[in-house]
Design a protein. Sequence first.
Length: 256
Amino acid sequence: MKEIFWGLKEKVCCNIQKKVVKRGDYMEEAREKKRYFKDLNRKDYIERAYEIIKNEGEEGVSIRRMAREFGCSTTCLYRYFENIDELIYYAYIIYLDEYLQVLHEKEKDWKDIWDMHIGIWEGYSRIAFTHPKAFDTIFFSPASRRLTNALREFYSMFPERINIVSPYLQVMLWSTNLFERDMVMAKRCVEAGVITMENARHMNRMICLLYKGYLKEILDYGIRPEDIEKGVQQFRRDVERIVDMLASDTLGHDYK
């Protein structure tokens, strides 16, 4: 009887010990998850969503996918974003990095206001034609109504991304939409005395609508990577013709 008693006691103690160990493991895991959730923020989601879009396309981003990536529940995303579409919109803004890099590299080479104005459009179109879905979403989708606030919040999270560009160009980049962005530069052309304000408004509308036409054609029919530069140069020549038609002084440039 004594051996049976001690045998049962040992078995019970062993089971209790196992439960304590399991409970301890569970509590440790819970503490790890709680600490991990606390460390999550909008930046984490945006950067991961961008990587997924870059490698798999927008359709690769989902609430369940993000929950799996971060080891959290599907409701966790709603702590930081209204919905998955808002997350995707912010992720697309990262594609502007390539455009900002172009501005940073080319700004020192522009010799006058027309070099700058046309050069900005050339650089912008090159990146937009490479990533048409991203640029269409950022500037022309229903979500683009929040562009100003989105940019301010985005660059408050990632200030190093926009700070590579001079303050002179940053004024343009903070503008609400594509037409307003270009109008910042068009007004600078007016201040430089190379175009009238009336013609600057015409130029602004004509170039922006021209760009939208190019982008829509690419979205509708696609473009081969080897044809992107050809499209960019064709767009640039069209912009130059508009400038030649409306400018009072082309500063010696032959845009015919």
